[in-house]
Each structure stands twice: as structure tokens, then as C-alpha cells.
Design a protein around this ligand. Structure first.
Ligand code: G3P
Length: 215
């Protein structure tokens, strides 16, 4: 399973790359605003220079031609930019336009399996179901991921599923068990993946025993 990092923070992206867990990056307007980014294009360029993997940059236009125009402009920033489009009818129309121009699309804000089916039919390279937001709304977000993967298998779609809106390591575990292609993980969750209290306790004991032996 590929690990993307869900952030626009350059320091977090560099640190994830340093650990060897950076197959790509996903951003959105909220994440860019959190970094108080003034020149969003330059910021996206800087992120793209930190990884050869796909970097999702989201449009803010709402109509199909506006989204397609913004998408073309963003795609020209770096060869690894992927255009994030909201799963709306205009977003799907823009997806077809960008796909015809050879530009990869990540269909975002996906909350139902039928939305994901439309994304695949429109030629999206990636689809992003938001599992955490569904959980918070009283639905099992990971069940949606399983449904999408089942539908894509049924019809041989090669759209890759990016499990997004991840809140904790269990989301990563269930995504891996379901066979999702990618998890886009916030840095705080990425940091938790390697930690286990018994690992810490075991390490403490090993070091204490070794010290006793040396003394
Ligand atoms: O890539 C965006 C998606 O992961 C959103 O996450 O935390 O805003 O629900 P969140």
C-alpha cells in the first residue's frame, strides 16, 4: 500500500520523506490556509520538488470550464501535480476534459460508492473517500472503501482508491486489510503507526539489562 501524506506543511513532508514513507502528497485549500500560504502556486512547486510522487492540488472554481482552466494552470506547475476536483457534476465534466488533455485527476469529497463509480467512469486516476468525516457522521467510513474496491474489481476500473480523512492507525489497518491502493495520512497519525507501549517497555528492559551486565 502506498503512503501519501495529507498536509501542505513542508517540514512534515521533508520529515516523512526522511523516514522513507512518502509516496505522494495530498493538499486541499484548508491545508494550504493552515500553512498561511500567500503564493499557493509557489508552495505547490516546493512540495513537488520534495517528492517524485503525485502531489494533489485542488481547484477552487465551481463550474466545469473554470475547474478545467484552473486544473490546466496547476498541472503546468510541475510534472507530478494531480488535480483534485470535487465530486460534483461539473467536477466530473472537468475530469473528462482534463483526462483528455492527459492530466491526472483525484476526485475528492467522496462519501458514497456511487459517487466513486461516477469518478471511475469519468476517468479519474484517483478517488478519495473521506472515512473520518463519515465515521464522525455516524457511518462506517471503511465500509465505503470496501464497497468502492468491490465495484472497481467487478468492472476492472483502474482508478486507485486513496483512503482520506484518516483519524487513527485503525483506519490505516482496515485500509490495508481491504486492499486499498493508498492511504493519505496526516503527519500526527503517521507518527503513531510505529509506536506500541510494549515496544517502548521492551526496549527499556533490554537497555536496563544490558547496563546491569556492563556494570
Ligand atoms: O485530503 C483531505 C482529506 O484527507 C480531509 O481530511 O481531516 O479534513 O477530514 P479531514
Amino acid at each position: 500500500m502506498k503512503f501519501f501524506i495529507d498536509t501542505a506543511g513542508l517540514a512534515e513532508i521533508k520529515e516523512a520523506a526522511g523516514y522513507g514513507f512518502l509516496d505522494g502528497v495530498t493538499t486541499n485549500p484548508t491545508l494550504l490556509a493552515r500553512e498561511k500560504v500567500r503564493d499557493a502556486d509557489e508552495h505547490i512547486r516546493q512540495i513537488c520538488a520534495l517528492t517524485p510522487g503525485p502531489v494533489s492540488a485542488e481547484v477552487t472554481a465551481l463550474d466545469a470550464s473554470g475547474m478545467a482552466e484552473e486544473g490546466r494552470r496547476l498541472a503546468a506547475l510541475a510534472p507530478n501535480v494531480v488535480i483534485k476536483l470535487p465530486l460534483t457534476m461539473p467536477g466530473l465534466a472537468a475530469c473528462r476534459i482534463l483526462r483528455a488533455a492527459g492530466i491526472a485527476v483525484n476526485a475528492t469529497l467522496v462519501f458514497s460508492a456511487v459517487q466513486a463509480l461516477l469518478a471511475a467512469k469519468s476517468g479519474a486516476a484517483y478517488v478519495s473517500p473521506f472515512v473520518g468525516r463519515l465515521d464522525e457522521n455516524g457511518t462506517d467510513g471503511m465500509r465505503l472503501v470496501e464497497e468502492i474496491l468491490g465495484i472497481y474489481r467487478n468492472y476492472g476500473y483502474n482508478t486507485e482508491v486513496i483512503v482520506a480523512s484518516i483519524r487513527h492507525p485503525q483506519h490505516v489497518l482496515r485500509a490495508a486489510l481491504a486492499g486499498a491502493h493508498i492511504c493519505t495520512i496526516p503527519f500526527a497519525v503517521l507518527s503513531k503507526l510505529a509506536s506500541h507501549p510494549l515496544t517502548d517497555k521492551g526496549l527499556e528492559t533490554f537497555l536496563a539489562d544490558w547496563k546491569k551486565n556492563a556494570g
